[in-house]
Design a protein around this ligand. Structure first.
Ligand code: S3P
Length: 181
């Protein structure tokens, strides 16, 4: 059966492309991605973890040593490699889909899913982890609100849009499965 790139990534033989989760930091892309991959029988990868492995250092150190620009460059190369490896579920860092080249790679070769949430939900969720360089020493609500205003026009270009409220991530996974069906 021929693939239907404009509607879904499912063929009789399974998925013909990766499903790439995009959206703000703290929204739950990695947790949701793992659950989604399990439901679909696909492998799961987190692009931030893959960048850390490739660079041999944590993201905070990549930002310190090479700046955000250096990080984005590595992020684009790692995401391109993950896509080329074959269909899987990929959770990306919050800024990946904002980079023009990375977004084009994802839009052309994958199915992009924007996971969206209210600012209150994001602020609550980022408070559980303190290692995000863009938030260090800053008020998370201010930074997240500013980033969100800038990023939404890019996230809107994803193929699928789901909302993740403060309920269980499994609910968001079901929304994605419904959108894929
Ligand atoms: C970033 C989000 C982070 C990580 C880096 C930059 C961003 O990933 O890629 O700190 O620009 O929003 P998460 O979205 O997984 O936190």
């Amino acid at each position: 059966m021929a693939s239907r790139p404009d509607t879904a990534s499912v063929t009789n033989d399974g998925f013909d492309r990766s499903i790439v989760l995009v959206g703000m930091m703290g929204v739950g892309k990695s947790t949701i991605g793992k659950l989604l991959a399990g439901k679909l029988g696909l492998a799961f990868v987190d692009s931030d973890e893959e960048i850390e492995k490739a660079a041999g250092m944590p993201i905070s150190e990549i930002f310190d040593r090479f700046g955000e620009e250096g990080f984005r460059d590595g992020e684009r190369r790692v995401i391109a490699r993950l896509i080329a490896e074959g269909p899987k579920v990929i959770a990306t860092g919050g800024g990946a889909f904002i980079n023009d080249e990375t977004r084009q790679l994802i839009k052309v070769q994958c199915l992009a899913v924007w996971i969206d949430a209210d600012i209150d939900v994001l602020v609550e969720r980022v408070s559980r982890r303190s290692n995000r360089p863009l938030l260090v020493g800053k008020d998370p609500r201010t930074v997240l609100s500013e980033l969100m205003a800038k990023r939404v026009p890019f996230y809107e270009q994803a193929d699928i849009h789901v909302r993740s409220d403060s309920g269980p991530h499994a609910r968001t996974v079901n929304q994605i499965l419904e959108a894929l069906a």
